[in-house]
Design a binder for this molecule. Structure first.
Ligand code: AR6
Length: 170
């Protein structure tokens, strides 16, 4: 994989000028706190209206909507697992969030896709393990597929940046 296809930044995912951003949503897809709240605030009420028609989403799965007032044309809503100590298949469910989000981006021929740290806030997934899963799944996918052309990992107000940096430099 060409290293230029993965980027790492610090900041607010809602302000990015990319084709699609990923939302760390919950099973209802009807909004919440954290990055989900920030995305709904920035996108405006039409996002909720579209989400209401989606009938929720299972953990580890992803659904796509428009981005409305966001610069991003699309939002891919993925539902990460709540961390229960690693005994409830959390690892493969989080991997599935990345795989299904990337697969939707491929299907829609999305050029640039930005991910926040799925499950590492309210859902309590250990950050280092989550970053490893995010990077591994993304590299594996990009090695086999030409879309998305670029993936941006967005870290926010925590210390995940250095963890991602080390993993991406390997
Ligand atoms: N831009 C980028 N990253 C952000 C932003 C932002 N504007 N805001 C927060 N983060 P969380 P989860 C980071 O809790 O753990 C919601 O209520 C944050 O610092 O948003 O998957 C949903 O509705 C953290 O690193 O998502 C669900 O109920 C990361 O985003 C539940 O929380 C994820 O934190 C999902 O929990």
């Amino acid at each position: 994989m060409n290293k230029n296809r993965v980027e790492l930044i610090k900041g607010d995912i809602t302000s990015l000028d990319v084709e699609a951003i990923v939302n760390a949503a919950n099973n209802s897809l009807l909004g919440g706190g954290g990055v989900d709240g920030a995305i709904h605030n920035a996108a405006g009420p039409d996002l909720l209206t579209e989400c209401e028609k989606l009938n929720g989403c299972e953990t580890g799965h992803s659904k796509i909507t428009d981005g409305y007032r966001l610069k991003a044309k699309h939002v891919i809503h993925t539902v990460g697992p709540v961390w229960y100590g690693g005994y409830r298949d959390e690892h493969s469910l989080l991997a599935s969030c990345y795989k299904t989000s990337l697969a939707l981006a491929k299907e829609k021929k999305i050029k640039t896709l930005a991910f926040p740290g799925i499950s590492i806030g309210a859902y309590g997934f250990p950050k280092d393990l989550a970053a490893l899963i995010a990077v591994n799944e993304t590299k594996r996918f990009l090695n086999k597929n030409s879309y998305p052309q670029k993936v941006i990992f967005v870290t926010y107000g925590d210390d995940s940046y250095e963890t991602y940096r080390k993993l991406l430099d390997q």
